[in-house]
Design a binder for this molecule. Structure first.
Ligand SMILES: O=C(O)[C@H]1NCC[C@@H]1O
Length: 362
């Protein structure tokens, strides 16, 4: 499927049983024991450097306790993420539409609210529960004309106005031109940790549509990620050590009243084509912490697709729904579409069984 242009390759069949009682243990098992499957599905020649995947996990500790309907692991060009909004939006439609109980054993337990036409389902992601609301047509299929929405895990800011010194040999031309060698940014969690930095802070006074090249943005965000990642005190999750790492850097730009655009570089400098659902959670939580957004406020988020190709209308909306002690509950909505179905094979004599990515270490 794709969500605002960002792909989700949903693994429905053929993935081995994962060891571990909890979803995070299963995530470790996928990484340590079955990583070649991720490589085969994500990387060239079956995938590409920007491919994204969702591996369905029928049984987790939260499906057993009745708190979730199904589990999921997310994967990308480098490993396994802890949250993914765009894939959750696609999965909402897919799980409503599949009637294969081998794929989704609890499918028949889903209930449609007759007053709204929405089906609610609870996805157990590595960061916690993602509660999806999926619009359904009278014929029982998901409705592609209306957005899917989800309520995410509590989101919060961990650093505001953090000044990062860029070493002279790492400065990029646009920052150099400003005469500055520092960048001020924020860090926030939305199921995964993001550094959030405005385009003008990076030295692009005309914003993301200005003279910016993707290469320069790639260099700037990779530099920030390398400088920030060792500062683990910025990425502390209150309960789970496995969630404690910097996942991405989002370059943001305010384009109108409660409307923003941005480019999210995540994992190994993958560029999210969508506005990044978990990034939207982090951005809304930061907006609340800054007093820019209040509970009930909605902000629209455009993405790289609208920046580069002039498309609009396929962004996400983020709403600050509730403030809890652990963080802000953010509602995100967006639209996903089917792109096809595939079967993949690796022949016995294939010299490149696990694929490769041009430009990254094989
Ligand atoms: O929408 C999201 O949250 C994701 N998209 C790719 C990177 C993030 O995991």
């Amino acid at each position: 499927m794709h969500t605002s242009g960002e792909p989700t390759r949903i693994v429905v069949n053929g993935y081995p049983e994962l060891e571990g009682g909890t979803l995070l243990e299963k995530r470790r098992c996928a990484r340590d024991k079955w990583d070649e499957i991720r490589m085969r599905l994500m990387r060239e020649p079956r995938g590409h450097a920007e491919m994204y995947g969702a591996i369905l996990v029928q049984e987790t500790e939260l499906t057993r306790s009745g708190e979730a309907d199904i589990g999921v692991l997310f994967c990308h060009n480098e490993g396994y993420s802890t949250m993914c909004g765009h894939a959750s939006i696609g999965l909402g439609r897919f799980l409503v539409d599949t009637h294969d109980l081998n794929v989704f054993p609890r499918r028949n337990g889903l209930v449609q609210d007759p007053s709204t036409g929405f089906v609610t389902l609870r996805l157990h992601a590595p960061c916690g529960i993602v509660q999806l609301s999926v619009p359904v047509k009278p014929d029982g299929h998901s409705d592609p004309t209306r957005p899917v929405s989800f309520l995410g895990v509590p989101s919060f800011a961990t650093a505001r106005n953090l000044v990062v010194e860029i070493p002279a040999d790492k400065l990029w031309p646009s920052l150099k031109a400003t005469g500055r060698s520092t960048v001020t940014l924020d860090v926030a969690y939305g199921g995964a940790f993001y550094a959030l930095v405005s385009a003008s802070e990076l030295g692009f006074p005309y914003g993301l549509r200005g003279a910016t090249t993707v290469t320069e943005l790639d260099h700037a965000t990779a530099t920030l990620k390398a400088l920030l990642s060792p500062r683990t005190e910025l990425f502390v999750h209150p309960t789970e050590a496995d969630l404690t790492f910097l996942y991405g850097v989002i370059v943001t730009e305010v384009t109108a009243q409660q409307r923003e655009t941005g480019i999210c570089f995540f994992a190994d400098q993958q560029i999210d084509r969508s506005p990044c659902g978990s990034g939207v959670m982090a951005r809304v939580a930061l907006g609340v912490a800054q007093g820019r957004l209040r509970l009930g406020d909605t902000c629209e988020y455009d993405s790289v697709v609208s920046l580069l190709h002039g498309e609009s209308g396929y962004g996400f909306r983020g709403t600050a729904v509730e403030e809890r002690e652990e963080g802000v509950i953010v509602k995100v909505d967006g639209r996903a579409f089917y792109t096809g179905a595939s079967s993949f094979v690796v022949e016995e004599h294939d010299a490149l069984p696990n694929g490769f990515i041009v430009g990254l270490p094989a």
